[in-house]
Design a protein around this ligand. Structure first.
Ligand code: RIB
Ligand code: CA
Length: 314
């Protein structure tokens, strides 16, 4: 960790793509991970908090605290994605059960306490799953909103449509009410929607590069990517599947490989047809105040080069 490392909290629902994002964060000295908060999403909370610890032990970074956050969305019933991630949420690689402890403090309280106790604009929140924990933290302690340096999140989509319904991306669909609270919070938000992540496709060659690292970490990443992409390969008819969550961390390391626009984004929370849809005013026709830096482009080769070279360090 460098002396001027950026302090981040990672809120996550591993998930193979979350796993590579977590490894990228832990491998990068520019970042100081203050803690991980598990959220119910891809799989239930007991598995997401187990998976975070599995990944930390794989990286040899068991000193980073892991907290359990919300076990369900703030209003709706939980929807999970075992059909994509497998029953464990980390199918594709077999790793030992974690021995590192889960913190006893609730993840939402950890988030509130950390933001209040550290200097203003010194903590960045990286959200890789449903936005439930941040929404609960904002409801519990509204004073955190102006103190958070930036929320960098994977979620939503507009030009690419949805991946769990025709209109909605999974993270937003699971907890649209939480997303609405967050998008209206005034926190500086940088959003990585499907419009961006669908340009960051895995491929046989990109996966082989992880395998060629000939390391436990490289083998686990290759196994996870092979498992995770099989679902999207069929769905999108592409050589590989989109790799979503690591873009959040890669942006913190190399923002110049991304292209974005500051626009208005709102979330549908009522319609059954379009529940969880993020309506992105890309052409700025609504006259509504911009509230989100909406990332639409990525240099995929640069993204995978960064991901591979950092994970090779573990
Ligand atoms: O829609 C993709 C998102 O949903 C990713 O964060 C993936 O891990 C799942 O949580
Ligand atoms: Ca995720």
């Amino acid at each position: 960790m460098t002396s001027t490392a950026r302090s981040i909290i990672v809120d996550t629902d591993p998930g193979q793509d979350d796993a590579l994002a977590i490894l990228l964060a832990l491998a990068s000295p520019e970042l100081e991970v203050l803690g991980f908060i598990g959220v119910a999403g891809n799989v239930p909370l007991d598995l997401t908090t187990r998976n975070i610890r599995v990944i930390c032990e794989l990286a040899g970074r068991t000193e980073v605290p892991v907290y359990a956050g919300a076990n369900r969305p703030i209003k709706r019933a939980l929807v999970t994605a075992e059909h994509v991630h497998g029953s464990t949420g980390l199918d594709g690689a077999v790793l030992p059960e974690p021995s590192m402890e889960l913190q006893s403090q609730h993840g939402v309280d950890f988030l509130v306490e950390t933001v209040l106790n550290r200097p203003e604009n010194s903590v960045t929140l990286c959200s890789l799953g449903p936005l439930t924990n941040l929404a609960l933290a904002l409801q519990k302690e509204p004073r955190i909103a102006p103190r958070i340096q930036e929320l960098v999140m994977m979620g939503g989509g507009f030009f690419e449509g949805g991946n769990i319904t025709p209109a909605a991306e999974f993270n937003i669909f699971v907890d649209p009410d939480a997303a609405k609270i967050v998008f209206e919070s005034g926190i500086p938000i940088t959003m990585f929607p499907l419009d961006c992540t669908h340009q960051a496709l895995t491929s046989a060659a990109r996966i082989a590069a992880f395998r060629a690292l000939s390391s436990r970490v490289g083998d686990a990443c290759a196994g996870w990517l092979e498992f995770f992409e099989r679902f999207d390969e069929d769905k999108y008819g592409t050589d590989g599947g989109p790799l979503h969550d690591p873009n959040v961390i890669a942006y913190l390391l190399q923002p110049d490989i991304y292209g974005a626009r500051f626009i208005n984004v709102e979330v549908e929370t009522e319609s059954q047809l379009t529940l969880g849809m993020t309506v992105a005013d890309w052409w700025q026709v609504s006259g509504k105040e911009p509230n989100v830096t909406y990332v639409r482009d990525v240099d995929a080769d640069a993204f995978y080069k960064l991901l591979l070279e950092r994970i090779a360090l573990l």
